[in-house]
Every structure is written in structure tokens, then in C-alpha cells.
Ligand binder design. Structure first.
Ligand SMILES: [Zn+2]
Length: 659
């Protein structure tokens, strides 16, 4: 492991807290040290208060902050004397610990201090660093782990057998170090948990961490060097049967969890090799890398090769039995669905209510699988007993970390496919579905669609008239997010105005191809996956031209009328599978690429109106925007219209030709 210390960067830090932020981020930048909220750091400083008195303050990383991105505001300033006195208490409830620590902060708006604040306080050095370094934990998660840790570090490191983090751990370290000369120590290893280092300055504490972890890494290299895996890598793209299996897995896990979920498949060579091991069911289910992972991954993954309904039901039964074995009065059983699925021979799948959370689980699963492979060569993977895991999984302070996200948006865990999404209505729909928590695949013939890509949103260049490309876009959606719940079939074009007697055959054919046939192609590809979706639905973007056609727009009006009829038949055919099909008919949506100021002025003049009058030429005298259409689509895709299918809803401000 390389030190990332850079003297020039460090020189720009002017206060101890600046340096604390700097080396915290260095730790956070290395996933072999710290993953997603793991680890914590602190610095002790004298601070002058408003009255001119000096106070000794522990700046400790706040709960809910990641070391990789922590800022000064992410550190909770707690009076050191209060924390030290807390370490002398014979016992302390978690509620009291948090309450007293918050009351001892010199800034009431700072985040709640890390659960390890008391331990940081009793370590008599200015800087304290704590990580869950993979190498250290891997060595300790083996039958001879404690002996090996002693072998690696000798007497320069204090070894603490596993106890619950928080007050209990601080007390244990306090007792073990009563007669210790701290100057003789380089660090503290917490078996099955992680490692602490400390020093008088930021650099020494950080570099001690790097040095100690490097020694554990060398031990692994010498005693457990990897053997080449014989597994052939799987193709990146999935066969149709595999796609359906993945959608079935997602469906089964979502039902057990009680709502829709995103399922991220990891087909990396490492994940496939791990899932292909003959002994994977035995070695993957012995427990997590560190106990704090259980709040995201549950104590063990589901290991299965298919038949997902039974496999997930079996997992749920085993989870409830585990709960019953350890439950204490006042607890409620969490949902029994797996979060990490080892799909035998195919890789690994992470399941969560959002793509972001699922990606975190993928990281935890990768590190855990790697650690298990090492530990197996070191005598066998051995995690903590399940009673210890249960204590952390149901620890109120850990559950609080998950709750900090707040209430979930209405479409959390849903997966949507939106066509024609590079601009205009499609883009507004894609953004608003995403904004309400859905994972979205946005497609368009325009290359600009790829710019929509972000965490949980994917842009894919697709010609809606190309059957194979449409098929691939549906496959991409399923392989990327695990399934499909919402299809917004929007791709379309408004051809140049032509009267019937002078209709150009090419324009007619093009309009029918894109505005009608392409929607059938998409439905045909999507339906098998929608059947495995959660409250699955299709929203067709029609046009006011269906109920009220205009002269010169035969090619458009006929195609859209056919599309409306296709939607009605689809509603009839798919209702039995619970798939809703509804249509919106927008009219004169001006914030789209079609309506340049010139076009707008010309059309207004044609009707003898000002642009202002033309834009509001409807019963309500209102302008219609892409956002209005997106809101209606959002409502149709969500629970408000859960009992509605076959509907055709105008978004036109009211048309006196239709009403
Ligand atoms: Zn820890």
C-alpha cells in the first residue's frame, strides 16, 4: 500500500482541522482501507470560546459522512473532558451516549459524533486514524487470526479481541491500556473489525496506518498468494434466458423486501470466478468482512443458480429463524430479503431500493469475496459468530445511519425506459422519473442522449425504427438495472405539413414507421420483462391530433390515431398480467426543439394571432410545457393511477374541438 501524502498539498492546510480533513480524504481514497462510511478519524485541538477561555475539543468524524469526501463541517466538535469522563462510567446506554455527546458539542448544528468518539478521546495523541483495512481484517478472520496478527506486529501493536463497537470497545481498550506506555505502541488492531493508528501530527498517524496495513498485505502475499482461476470469463452481454432469470431474481427479492428494487449484476471476471467455485455456497455464507457491513448486506448472501422464487423464500425463512434465535424484546424483524446474491456461475447481484445503494453493496461484496478467497488459502474464512452480527445489525445506532436518508421518493426501486429522451418531452419525462427515484434508461437517435448518463441513469443511442437496436435497448435496461417496470414510448417526429393530394410517399411511410410501428416493436420486446415488473405500466405519448386532427397533418394524425388504437388493444391484452397501458395527448408544447421562434411566429401569423395568443390558444388560456407533460406521465406511472388502464388523457389546456 502506497502513502498518498503529498507535501505540497499538506502545506496548503493552515489548521489542524484542515490537516485532519486532508489525511481523512487520503484514507478514504483507498478502498482497501475504507469503504462507504467505514472508518473514522479525529484531531484534538485547543479552541478559544467566545468568553476567551481555551477549551480542549475532539473533532471527530460525524456519523453519515464518508472519509473520502469529508469536509471540516463533517467533524463534530465535542468537549474532550466530557468524553474522557464517559470512558470511566461503568455502563452507558447508546441513547445516553449520543445525548450526552451531542450536549457536549460546541456547535449544536454539527453532525452526531461517530460511535467511536470515546475511544478516540482516550487515545493520548493529537491525531487518531481508524480504518477497516481489508488486509488486517482478512488475516484476523481466520482460525489462527489472532496468532498471525501477533506474528506480523509483535508487541508494537495492541490486539483487542472483538467486542461491540462504541462504549463497550472504548471501555475494553481503557482496561487493556491502564499500564501501557503509549509511546511504545504503533497502533491497535481490533480483531474482526479494523485498526487504529495515532501520532502527534497528521502525517505520522496516517503513515503509520499505511505502514501497518502494508505489513498485513505482505503477510497475505507470502502466505496466501492467489492461484490463477480456471474460470472462463462470461460474455458481457446476457442471453435472453439469463436476462429473464435476472428479472425473475429481482422480482422475487422485491416481493420479499416489500417493494421494487434495482438489481445490479456484477459480471467482472472476479465475481464470475467467485460464483463459479464449487465450494461457493459454503465459503460465501460464513459472514461478512466486518460487522458494520451487515446493515447493508445482511449477515450472509443468498447463493443460488436460479429457481429464484424458492431460493429467496428459503433465504427469507432462514433469515427469520436467525432473527428469532437472537431477538430481544422491543425489536421488530427487518425485511428478510437478501441484498447480495451470488448467482452461481454468473457473477454477483446487488439488490437495493436505489442504484446508488446497490452500487455500494457491489463494492462491499467485491471486497468481501476477495477477502474470503485470501482467507481460504490462509486456513479458512471465519467471520464473527452470528450473535455478534445480529447485535450490530439491530443496533439502533447502525439503523440510524440507514434512516438518515429520509423518506424514499415514490418511484424508488423502479426501472424505467424512455424513448426519444435526448430533448423535449422525452427528456423532461426521463428527468422527472429519475427525480422521483426510478433508475432510467433513456434512448434516442440523437447522440446527445448519452449526456444524460449519471448515477442511476443511462443514455443509449438507439434508432427506434431499428428492431434489433430496440431489442438491445430493452436488454441493456434489464442487464443494467435488473428488470423493467415503466415504459414511456415517446419517440416520434412531426413531418412537414403536406395535403393528401400532394403527399410524398416517403414522408407517409416514415411517419407510420416511427410514429406507429416503432412503438409496437418496443412493446413486443418489453412485455416479457414488464410481466416481471412492479406495478408495470406503459405510457404512450399520443397527440391532440388523435381526437382533433388538422389539415396538412395526415401522415402524423393517422399514425398517432393508430398508436392510440394500439394502446387500447395493449391495455386489453396486457391487463391480465397487471400491465397498465395509458396514453397522454399533449398539444402545442412549446419548449421543444420543434418550436423555434421563427416557426412559432409563422404559425401564429397563419392563424392571425400574436405569438402570445397562439401559445395560449386553448380553453384555459394556458401555455403547455414539457414539464406539464412529464408531471402527467409521472402520475400515470405512479400509484395515483394504479387502478387505471386504457385511459387517454389530454394535456392541452382544453380543446373546444374535443370537449
Ligand atoms: Zn470501525
Amino acid at each position: 500500500m502506497q502513502s498518498r501524502w503529498n507535501a505540497a498539498d499538506a502545506a496548503r492546510c493552515t489548521t489542524p482541522l484542515d490537516l485532519r480533513v486532508y489525511t481523512s480524504r487520503l484514507l478514504g481514497a483507498d478502498p482497501a482501507l475504507v469503504l462507504h462510511g467505514g472508518g473514522n478519524t479525529s484531531v484534538k485541538a485547543s479552541v478559544q470560546n467566545l468568553f476567551g477561555d481555551l477549551e480542549e475539543i475532539l473533532y471527530i468524524k460525524g456519523s453519515g459522512w464518508d472519509l473520502a469526501t469529508v469536509a471540516a463541517a463533517g467533524f463534530a466538535p465535542v468537549r474532550l473532558d466530557v468524553l474522557r469522563r464517559m470512558a470511566d462510567l461503568p455502563s452507558l446506554t447508546d441513547t445516553d451516549m449520543v445525548r450526552v455527546q451531542r450536549a457536549a458539542m460546541i456547535d449544536p448544528n454539527a453532525p452526531t459524533p461517530s460511535v467511536e468518539a470515546i475511544l478516540h478521546a482516550i487515545i493520548p495523541f493529537t491525531f487518531v486514524d481508524h480504518t477497516h483495512a481489508d488486509a488486517v481484517v482478512t488475516v484476523s478472520n481466520t482460525p489462527g487470526g489472532a496468532r498471525r496478527i501477533h506474528e506480523i506486529y509483535g508487541d508494537t501493536v495492541l490486539v483487542v479481541p472483538y467486542v461491540m463497537p462504541g462504549f463497550v470497545l472504548a471501555r475494553a481498550v481503557r482496561e487493556l491500556t491502564r499500564a501501557t506506555d503509549w509511546e511504545q505502541l504503533d497502533g491497535i488492531v481490533l480483531l474482526n473489525h479494523g485498526i487504529f493508528t495515532f501520532g502527534p501530527d497528521a502525517k505520522s498517524s496516517y503513515e503509520r496506518m499505511i505502514a501497518l496495513v502494508t505489513r498485513a498485505e505482505r503477510h497475505l502475499e507470502q502466505h496466501a498468494s492467489p492461484v490463477a482461476s480456471g474460470t472462463a470469463p462470461r460474455a458481457a452481454s446476457l442471453e435472453r434466458a439469463e436476462l429473464l432469470s435476472l428479472a425473475q431474481l429481482r422480482h422475487a427479492v422485491g416481493w420479499a423486501k416489500g417493494g421494487p428494487v434495482v438489481a445490479l449484476l456484477d459480471r467482472s471476471p472476479e465475481a464470475v470466478a467467485f460464483s463459479s467455485r464449487a465450494d461457493v455456497a459454503a465459503i460465501a455464507t460464513r459472514g461478512p468482512l466486518t460487522p458494520d457491513h451487515v446493515i447493508r448486506t445482511k449477515p450472509v448472501p443468498l447463493v443460488a443458480g436460479g429457481n429464484w422464487t424458492d431460493a429467496v423464500a428459503g433465504y427469507a425463512t432462514r433469515y427469520r429463524e436467525y432473527y428469532t434465535r437472537h431477538a430481544t424484546p422491543g425489536l421488530a424483524c427487518l425485511d428478510p430479503a437478501p441484498r447480495w446474491v451470488v448467482w452461481q456461475g454468473n457473477g454477483s447481484v446487488s439488490v437495493a431500493s436505489s442504484a446508488r445503494e446497490a452500487a455500494i453493496i457491489t463494492d462491499l461484496a467485491r471486497h468481501t469475496a476477495r477477502a474470503i478467497e485470501y482467507a481460504e488459502r490462509l486456513g479458512g474464512w471465519r467471520a464473527l459468530p452470528e450473535a455478534d452480527l445480529f447485535a450490530v445489525e439491530y443496533w439502533e445506532l447502525e439503523q440510524e445511519k440507514l434512516r438518515q436518508g429520509g423518506a424514499s421518493p415514490v418511484l424508488s426501486g423502479k426501472v424505467a425506459l424512455v424513448t426519444g429522451a435526448a430533448s423535449g418531452i422525452g427528456r423532461a419525462v426521463a428527468e422527472s422519473l429519475y427525480g422521483q427515484g426510478a433508475a432510467v434508461v433513456a434512448t434516442d437517435i440523437s447522440a446527445g442522449v448519452v449526456q444524460l448518463a449519471k448515477d442511476g441513469m443511462w443514455g443509449l443511442v438507439t434508432d427506434a425504427r431499428d428492431h434489433d437496436a430496440v431489442h438491445r435497448s430493452v436488454a441493456e435496461c434489464v442487464s443494467r438495472f435488473g428488470g423493467l417496470d415503466i415504459v414511456v414510448s415517446n419517440a416520434g417526429v412531426f413531418p412537414p405539413s403536406q395535403r393528401i393530394e400532394s403527399m410524398d410517399q416517403g414522408s407517409w411511410d416514415d411517419s407510420l414507421s416511427l410514429n406507429l410501428s416503432s412503438h409496437l416493436v418496443l412493446l413486443r420486446s418489453a412485455v416479457p420483462f414488464l410481466r416481471l415488473g412492479f406495478d408495470p405500466c406503459v405510457v404512450i405519448i399520443g397527440s391532440k391530433n388523435v381526437p382533433a386532427p388538422g389539415p396538412g397533418a395526415a401522415a402524423y394524425s393517422v399514425a398517432k390515431a393508430g398508436l392510440a388504437q394500439l394502446a387500447r388493444v395493449a391495455a386489453l391484452e396486457l391487463g391480465r398480467d397487471g400491465i397498465r397501458v395509458n396514453t397522454v395527448h399533449p398539444h402545442l408544447v412549446f419548449d421543444t426543439g420543434l418550436w423555434t421562434p421563427e416557426v412559432l411566429a409563422a404559425r401564429a401569423a397563419q392563424y392571425g394571432m400574436t405569438v402570445e395568443e397562439y401559445c395560449r390558444n386553448n380553453v384555459l388560456r394556458v401555455e403547455i410545457s414539457t414539464r406539464d407533460v412529464a408531471s402527467a406521465v409521472l402520475a400515470l406511472a405512479g400509484p395515483t393511477f394504479a387502478k387505471t388502464t386504457g385511459a387517454q388523457i389530454p394535456i392541452d389546456g382544453g380543446s373546444d374541438r374535443v370537449i
